[in-house]
Structures are given as C-alpha cells and as structure tokens.
Design a protein around this ligand. Structure first.
Ligand code: ATP
Ligand code: MG
Length: 573
C-alpha cells in the first residue's frame, strides 16, 4: 500500500488529552481518533493491527475447537431480568427504550444471550461440549473512560462461552482455553504472565488473568522470581510463615501514648517494631460496621476482605464514622472490649504479647493476647502480599510488578445456566444445568498494551506479528527517476513475495519520512536513496535494535524476507 493514498494523519505534537504513552502514540501515529468520551474511530493503520490480533485469536480459538458466531449487540432487558443482572450490573450497562417502549441494553458481555441461545438449541449431552465465540464491539458505560483504547466505552472483545456436561469436562475445556490464551499472546509477540485471579464467590483458582507486563499497567501483580507462580494482588498468597513456639503471656499493661496515632509514631514512642503491633480498621460492609485486625506492617487487600465478608460493597470508614461506631478516635482503636464483629488476618493469630489501641484517646494496651483478652469472629488471609513474602509454591523471592489485563478466563459453573434454566439431558436421562466457562480477550486493549510495552522516545516499536505492516519502504527522493524506479521495483518484488509493505512515496523530505516511520513503529525500514545511486546500496534498519545493514539492490528482497522470518520465528508456538 501507498503512504500517499492511506489516511495516516500523523501529529507532531502530543495531544494534551492523552495521559499514557500508548494513547499519545496511537493519536500521534494516526491510528485512532476520538469521537466522544471513550469512543474511537479506528483508522487504517490502527485497524490493521486490530485485525492482526483478531486473526491470531481466531486461529487459536478454532484450533482449540471453539466455533465462531456473531451475537446481537442490542439485548432485550428480559434476559437480564432473568439472570438478575438488570439490577446488579449497575450504571455500566447502557440501557435504552425503543419506540415500542421495550427496554434494551447495549451488550457489555454476552452470558445471557449465549445461554439463551444454547438452552433453546442444545438439549442432549451428545451435543456437548460446545464452545462458542465471537469477536465483537462491546459497550460499557465506564465511569472513567480513559487512556484511549485501554479503557474505552466502546471496544472490541473476543468472548467465548463453553458448555460442558460434567465438572471434569469443564475443567478440560478450561485448560484448553488456558493453553490457547498462552499461544495467542506469545504469537502476538507480547511479554505476559498468566496470573491467578480472584473469582469472587465461586472460589478456587478457576480464574486466570492474562497480563501484559508494562510499568505503566493499572494492575499490580505478584510474580515469583524462581517458579511460574503469578497472581494478582487480590488473590496472591504467601508461603506460610512458621507458627511460633508458645510464649508466656505477660500481664496486660495500659500505657499513655499522647497524640500517637499512626503505627510509626506509636512504635517509635514505645520502642517496638510494627510486627509487634496490631492495628484495627473499621470498615462498613453493606451498611454494617466490622473491625479488621492486621499486623502493624501489613495492609488490607480489600477484595480478600470483601470475599470473606460476602458483601456487595465495602469501604473504610472516615474519622467521624469510626468515632460514631466505636466512641474512640481513629488511632487508638483496639479489639479489647470492642463490641463489633471482628475479623483478623491470619498473621495476627501468630502474634503474642502485642500492642493495640486501648479504645481510649491517648492510650494503648501492651502485652495483649488473643483468647485471653479478646476473641475474633473470623480469620482469613486479608492482606496485601509484599516483596518480603515468599512464594507459596517454591519459597522463592516474590516480586511486585505491573501489568495490563488483556484477557480473562473464568470457570462459571452453573451460575447462569441455573438462573436461566438452561438444561440438557445427561447420559442417564436426567435434566441438569450446563456447566459453563467464559473467556474474554480485549482485542483493542491488546494493541494498546503492545505499545505500552514496546516504544521509545521516537514512537511505537511494534512486535512484528501485530504491526500494521511488516516493512516500510522509503523512497527518499521521489523526484529522482533511478531511485524511484528501484524503490518501485523492490516494492513490487516484496509485495509479490507476500510481504506486507507500505511504500512511503510522498513528496516529502527524508527527515519527515524517517520520523513518521519511527513513529508508526513498523519493524523494518527499507531506505532507497542516495546510497543507491552512489554505491548501489539499499539500507535496511531494524526498528527495535536500531541496527542498519547495507545490501545490494539484488540482495534486498531476500534479506528482508529472511529478517522477517527470523523475527516471526521468535513468536512461534
Ligand atoms: P477491567 O477490570 O479492566 O475493567 P473486566 O474485568 O471488566 O476488566 P472482563 O469483563 O473480563 O473485563 O472483559 C474481558 C476483557 O475485555 C478484559 O480482560 C479486557 O482486556 C477487556 N476490557 C474490559 N473492559 C474494557 C474497556 N473498558 N476497554 C477496553 N477493553 C476492556
Ligand atoms: Mg471492567
């Protein structure tokens, strides 16, 4: 294709609205344009990358035995009423009423529609398993659409839904999808980790998120430096620390700590370590107060807490609410004599003779012991894992890094099939609900993530498999007949060989062409200019390494092909 004919509206300046690098570069490189908040047009270059991700996804889904279909984007409210999500989904669901006063929504996801389709058309275990997928535009009325394609309101997703007859089969399907996802992101040329994710009330490790590793990612993930263990912070565990030998319980002591409210201040004042202090936080879970106990140097992981409490919504109280619930100002709270539901992190159970607030302004208690001085209602792992913790699988060092969620696989079980009464006859003639799984990939987000992971000060550095073109051929002197003839003939040769090449045939200065080529991030830049007329040489530059080689006109085609093949081999599965 020809640069002169394609719509590639590159920008010199970084648009002020774009906060993160992928958004800035996608705007500057002429990949996308904003229509409204969180809603973007995909321009030719942007669409080419999106299509490449889609193609890889499609091939791997088909290979894993899933079948492609396309479901409607507009979904009637009745189905959502049936699943209970018409209320539950909240304002992210964009609802509207048509001329016949029928309520509908724009699909943010398709569990309801697919379950309805399957319950009406699949009736026997003989038709199972079945796995159906689509690649489609989704709409979610995100509260804070931002970062361009990273968190849009309208975006492209691949969503797959599986239906199995037994739990064991559903597990196998899940493994197949897990494997397909690994292949997909490897083939996209991305550096990623599959992490154990929180699966809410369903439990177990039946949910994995696929994270593209990038310093700018929204999510923090915990990865082991030695083994394959990786989890998001909502799910991350640590190797159990040993249970200490029992020690003598010392007499409880009340001590004045004037104005010392923060862990650090109390510890300095009393000359103790945060590991010897238990802090008490007051949360409101679905309107009810609950006290949360944690070791002084630990932080709450709110999703873990929410799961333990089984609450729809939890939040930390402010100073006023804390006082209203406990009669004590923040900073002096403790479990002794506290008349609230008390939950504690597991590490608290291992402590003895520790310090807590005395539930009285300017006082703390020392030598506190659980059992003797207070009791807890429930205990669980409630804390954020830190780099001081050890891997739960191998005991290795843990590292906290950042990632961007590009995919999510989930074993659903019978949640939707039961709600929508989607059943089949098993081999005993019994009518039972399908066992479902769902599997999403943010296609447009994947392209943005690849840029977040691969760029430099000059622009995008696309992984070859998802670059809009494999090579860009610069005709550096369109007014020179010899150069133009050589560039055009090489363009033809490469195109004939099946290489996706963009020829920059604009009547522009070389400097502008170099800048644009770097900005749009095409992996190989082929330059036909003065070195051709002077020495008969064409230059090929690798966008990633910056290395340039000089070859003869005759060699050029084969060399480029070879370089592309070598780079593609790295992403093969
Ligand atoms: P997030 O936590 O980022 O909101 P999610 O858990 O809501 O994601 P899923 O419902 O699992 O996402 O959707 C599947 C995939 O769709 C996600 O892994 C992500 O890649 C993509 N995705 C979700 N929301 C958006 C969005 N607003 N813009 C672009 N991609 C999105
Ligand atoms: Mg979301």
């Amino acid at each position: 294709m020809r640069f002169s004919q394609l719509l590639i509206p590159t920008l010199k300046e970084t648009p002020a609205e774009a906060e993160i690098i992928s958004h800035q570069l996608m705007l500057r490189a002429g990949f996308i344009r904003k229509l409204a908040s969180g809603i973007y047009s995909y321009l030719p270059l942007g669409l080419r990358s999106i299509r490449k991700v889609e193609q890889i996804v499609r091939e791997e889904m088909n290979k894993a035995g899933a079948q492609e279909l396309l479901l409607p984007m507009v979904q009637p409210s009745d189905l959502w009423q049936e699943s209970g999500r018409w209320q539950k989904y909240g304002p992210e669901l964009l609802r509207f009423t048509d001329r016949h006063k029928r309520e509908s929504c724009l699909g943010p996801t398709h569990e309801e529609v697919i379950t309805d389709l399957v319950r009406k058309n699949v009736h026997s275990y003989r038709s199972l398993p079945i796995n159906l997928y689509q690649i489609q535009t989704k709409f979610r009325d995100e509260i804070r659409p931002r970062f361009g394609l990273m968190r849009g309101r309208e975006f492209i997703m691949k969503d797959a839904y599986s239906f199995d007859a037994t739990d064991i089969d559903a597990g196998l399907t899940y493994e197949k999808m897990n494997d397909a996802y690994h292949r997909i992101f490897k083939r996209c040329g991305l550096s990623f980790r599959a992490v154990e994710a929180d699966s809410g009330t369903i439990g177990g490790s039946y949910s994995h998120e696929f994270m593209v590793l990038a310093d700018t990612g929204e999510d923090t993930i915990v990865v082991c430096r030695e083994c394959s263990y990786a989890a998001n912070t909502e799910k991350a565990r640590a190797m159990e620390t040993p249970i200490p030998e029992p020690v003598e319980q010392l007499p409880l002591k009340k001590i004045e700590t004037p104005g010392k409210r923060k862990v650090k201040a109390v510890c300095e004042f009393l000359d103790i370590f945060p590991e010897n202090l238990v802090k008490t936080l007051i949360y409101v879970a679905d309107g009810k107060p609950v006290a949360v106990l944690l070791r002084g140097d630990h932080e709450v992981q709110e999703v873990k807490l929410q799961n333990l409490l089984g609450a729809d919504e939890i939040r930390l109280t402010d100073d006023k609410e804390t006082f209203d619930f406990t009669g004590t100002p923040t900073g002096y709270l403790g479990p002794v004599g506290l008349h609230l539901r008390i939950v504690a992190d597991l590490e608290v159970l291992k402590m003895a003779n520790f310090t807590v607030g005395a539930n009285e302004k300017n006082f703390h208690l020392q030598n506190v012991n659980r059992g003797r001085d207070f009791t807890v209602d429930e205990t669980a792992d409630l804390r954020m894992i830190t780099e001081k913790d050890r891997c739960p699988q191998c005991g290795g060092e843990l590292e906290l890094t950042r990632g961007i969620e590009v995919g999510h696989i989930f074993k659903l079980g019978t949640t939707y099939s039961e709600a929508l009464k989607a059943t089949f006859l098993d081999d005993q003639g019994q009518e039972i609900p399908f066992i479902m799984g769902c599997y999403g990939i943010g296609v447009s987000r994947t392209v943005a993530s690849s840029i977040e992971q691969n760029h430099d000060k000059d622009g995008i550095i696309f992984p070859l498999p998802i670059a809009p073109f494999q090579a860009i051929l610069l005709n550096l002197s369109t007014r020179d007949k010899e150069i133009t003839a050589a560039a055009e003939s090489l363009y033809e040769e490469l195109t004939k060989q099946g290489i996706e090449v963009l020829i920059d045939d604009r009547d522009e200065r070389p400097g502008i062409k170099f800048k644009d080529a770097d900005l749009i991030g095409i992996p190989f830049r082929v330059m036909v200019g003065k070195s051709l007329t002077k020495e008969g040489k064409i230059e090929i530059r690798d966008r990633k390494s910056g290395e340039t080689i000089s070859v003869t006109q005759q060699e050029a085609g084969d060399r480029i092909k070879q370089m592309i093949e070598t780079a593609m081999a790295e992403c093969r599965v």
